[in-house]
Design a protein around this ligand. Structure first.
Ligand code: HEM
Length: 156
């Protein structure tokens, strides 16, 4: 029961994170091109500020629920007299999941800070440049996320 609850929290967190990246990159961002730079940069700053706050929570939840599930299975296996071996898909997920979290840290605490400074200074070209960098790294994180999901479902 607890295992299923952890998995539910884990998958729900991932849905919010991956779904938010897809929505931002492929639906929101292209729809804002007709706006003036000042409006576009300010709107993206507001949207990303909210989204990144949510990602801070869901990425933490995904990490701890994932590690907790691994810990439970490892403990049960050892208690039953066996030795725990990492399934390939779990190993791929853990390593790449941590890479995604580190990349998110760079996006939130370096690039988004740059965007915040540009908005405060009403420096729209600098804001646009920061948004471009955020877009690149969010795209990379999305690609890694898709690789993880493929590994989880195809490497069974
Ligand atoms: C951050 C480190 C992570 C750890 C330690 C971790 C660990 C785990 C574990 C132990 C399970 C249970 C698998 C099972 O019961 O067979 C699981 C399920 C899952 N994880 Fe992760 N995970 C992490 C990050 C991620 C990320 C970043 C994604 C997607 C981008 C992801 C997607 C999934 C999915 C889709 C499942 C459900 C698979 C299924 O049982 O059908 N995980 N994870």
């Amino acid at each position: 029961m607890l295992y299923n609850l952890l998995k539910f929290v884990h998958v729900l967190s991932i849905i919010v994170w991956i779904g938010g990246m897809v929505y931002t990159l492929f639906f929101l961002r292209p729809s804002l091109t007709p706006l003036a730079p000042a409006q576009r940069v300010q709107l993206m700053h507001d949207v990303l500020g909210r989204f990144f706050k949510a990602v801070l929570y869901v990425s933490t939840l995904a990490l701890f629920s994932g590690l907790w599930m691994i810990g439970r299975v490892a403990k049960q296996t050892v208690q039953a007299g066996g030795s725990f071996a990492w399934p390939t898909s779990w190993l791929v997920m853990t390593v790449l999941g941590v890479v995604m979290i580190l990349i998110f840290g760079h996006i939130r605490f370096a690039l988004f800070k740059r965007l915040q400074r540009a908005v405060t200074a009403s420096d729209w070209p600098a804001g646009g440049a920061a948004l471009e960098q955020i877009r690149t790294w969010v795209g990379i994180n999305l690609a890694i996320g898709v690789v993880i999901i493929a590994a989880v479902f195809l490497l069974r």
